[in-house]
Design a protein around this ligand. Structure first.
Ligand SMILES: Cc1cc2nc3c(=O)[nH]c(=O)nc-3n(C[C@H](O)[C@H](O)[C@H](O)COP(=O)(O)O)c2cc1C
Length: 189
């Protein structure tokens, strides 16, 4: 059976460079994988009342259930994200929080993860990347230890068709995806 990879994009705007990077990276997975972008724009802001049994009048949103089930059914998760104000974009942190509950059924738990961060400047979304790692650190998610992928000057990285053309970057990304693929294959669900 094919391994399922869910791709989460940390930007909601139509022309997102993160989304373009994701579209360049998805074909780098072999045919052994089924790779899909999972949209996070419609997820209501996290509110623990939804999960709190002592507040039964607040119903769990259907979007949460769908999202949690999609992540649980995945064999791995790839995050592609920019940086907002030196941190994780709110839409992505919201997604992290939603799948962090309920405590007895955490969707992220032991799920292999990969992170690609980008920024218009030279830092490559370093702080967003590290903060995302910190936010995920509670869930024992196996990750490729090295390299870490920070794509700098990302607006110049993709051409008008949304393609990455720099051979060295494509090779680097392919190497990372290969390592992540091995990690997913070697992790028992
Ligand atoms: C609210 C906001 C905050 C931002 N903060 C940062 C930042 O802290 N560091 C950075 O490198 N770029 C920052 N940027 C610039 C984004 O990296 C840039 O707009 C990028 O293209 C957004 O990613 P996207 O193209 O995937 O939507 C910020 C942009 C916005 C809109």
């Amino acid at each position: 059976m094919k391994k399922k990879i869910s791709v989460l994009i940390g930007s909601l705007r139509g022309a997102s460079v993160a989304r373009k990077i994701a579209h360049n990276v998805i074909p780098m997975f072999s045919d052994d994988f089924e790779v899909e972008i999972v949209e996070i724009a419609d997820l209501p802001l996290y509110n623990f009342d939804y999960d709190d049994p002592s507040v039964p009048e607040v119903a769990l949103p259907a979007e949460y259930t769908r999202f949690r089930e999609t992540i649980k059914a995945s064999d791995g998760v790839l995050f592609v994200t920019p940086e907002n104000n030196r941190c994780i974009p709110a839409c992505l942190k919201n997604a992290v929080d939603i799948c962090s509950k309920p405590n007895n059924d955490v969707a992220w738990k032991n799920k292999p993860a990969a992170i690609i961060s980008h920024s218009i400047g030279r830092m490559g979304g370093y702080s967003s990347h590290k903060n995302l790692k910190l936010a995920l650190s509670y869930f024992a998610m196996p990750m490729v230890p090295q390299p870490e992928v920070f794509l700098s000057n990302s607006h110049d990285l993709v051409n008008e068709e949304g393609k990455i053309t720099a051979e060295s970057t494509l090779e680097f990304l392919q190497g990372y995806i290969n390592q992540f693929s091995d990690l997913v294959k070697n992790t028992t669900k």
